[in-house]
Design a protein around this ligand. Structure first.
Ligand code: HEC
Length: 133
């Protein structure tokens, strides 16, 4: 009996791991690994590297508030991807490994379906959950 319980407990583990890989989970993990050092654990722009940066990292919790309450998804994806090109102020690293990953589909506000790296979609979906009201 005890062995059966133990085994059924083990069988649960893969299910739990699968659940934690929801879109938000993947986005959160990517954020922790690639962004939190500058933008901070909650996106407030207060990561441990701030003191070393000549320009403060953006407060990513205010992306919607600073855009008339609408989350600027296109700008966020473009910024992380680097579509806008680098300028002297641009301190964000390039996220080549993320960008080379498998593609998903992003639907633009105009309804266009644009193949976009899934990692960028997951990251953006996660940042959307961090927005201050
Ligand atoms: C080395 C520090 C650093 C890292 C790591 C970093 N950023 Fe940034 N980020 C900045 C700085 C500094 C700015 C503001 C100045 C600029 O645009 O370069 C910024 C700006 C941004 C902006 C623009 C905000 C706006 O108002 O348009 C977004 C979005 C952003 N970062 C998201 C991310 C995401 C997502 C990651 C992880 C994939 C990340 N950043 C990793 C330093 C960093």
């Amino acid at each position: 009996m005890r062995i059966a319980l133990f085994l059924s407990g083990l069988a649960l583990i893969p299910t739990l791991v699968a659940c934690s890989q929801s879109i938000e989970g993947r986005g959160a993990a990517l954020y922790r690994q690639n962004c939190a050092s500058c933008h901070g654990p909650t996106g407030a722009g207060d990561g441990p590297l701030v003191a070393d940066l000549p320009v403060p990292p953006a407060n990513l919790r205010l992306l919607s508030a600073d855009n008339d309450g609408i989350y600027p998804e296109e700008r966020v994806i473009a910024t992380i991807h680097g579509y806008q090109g680098k300028n002297a102020e641009a301190l964000m690293p390039e996220f080549g490994a993320l960008i080379d990953g498998p593609k998903g589909v992003w639907t633009s506000p105009q309804g266009q379906q644009i193949p976009t790296p899934q990692a960028l979609l997951d990251l953006s979906a996660y940042l959307q959950t961090l927005q201050d009201p």
